[in-house]
Design a protein around this ligand. Sequence first.
Ligand SMILES: Nc1ncnc2c1ncn2[C@@H]1O[C@H](COP(=O)(O)OP(=O)(O)O)[C@@H](O)[C@H]1O
Ligand SMILES: [Mg+2]
Length: 249
Amino acid sequence: MTQTIVVASGKGGTGKTSITAGVGCALAELGRRCLLIDADVGMQSLDMALGVHNYAAFDFSDAARGNIALADAAVPLADFPQASVLAAPPDLEEVGTNALRTITHNIREMDLYDFVLIDAPAGLGEVFRMAACAADAGVIVATADPICLRGAERTAQELMSCGVANLRLVVNRVRPGLMDRGLPNIDDAIDSSGVQLLGYVPEDESVIVSAAYGVPSLLTPRSRAARAYRNIAKRLVGEQAPVLKLGRR
Ligand SMILES: Nc1ncnc2c1ncn2[C@@H]1O[C@H](COP(=O)(O)OP(=O)(O)O)[C@@H](O)[C@H]1O
Ligand SMILES: [Mg+2]
């Protein structure tokens, strides 16, 4: 059965796109058929982060309108062929806000993928709701700072109001040094968002470099973020994964 997960956060820049990309590649590595949908309409970041923007001739609006088969609109990743990226359109004018729901409904009916990860836009507006309404579970991404955590709590409420009840939290860019200085830690993040933890991703410069070059993070040797993405993917498929020790290599 297809699991459709929206990756969301109130704030921009928390790591939604990096986590969608990293966890998507890790799911593919585990042998799962995975579609990564960029719902950041107008921004189109996921295809760039994974280096396939020059191959993405179609986007999800084409697939929703039936102009092209979904499998032909989605671009497979060369290094993780079980994962494909479906790009975002520049706007929703011609397709409307039911587009993603139509696509995920068809995927479930035809059992086309094991996982669909939807990379939601920042904010809690119309496009966010379109992404939420297409999903049956949510991953809320937050960094451990008070402003972002308030956004995570609001995001959880909005997702639940869209009928997405199965919510998990990923705390991103964790820096043990900041926690020592009294900033929120992972437990605080769980408490203030009210959402169960799926995992955390450490601060890791290789994430920034990978995205800039359009190379999947999982290809960076010894990347701590990549290890965290792999652990999150394992938990999503129901396998046990160790909790990474903070601050250790
Ligand atoms: N774990 C991390 N360590 C270091 N930098 C990160 C990490 N996660 C994301 N980033 C960087 O933060 C910025 C925003 O991440 P991005 O995934 O685009 O966020 P969003 O999609 O939520 O806007 C990017 O420059 C990205 O490379
Ligand atoms: Mg993004």
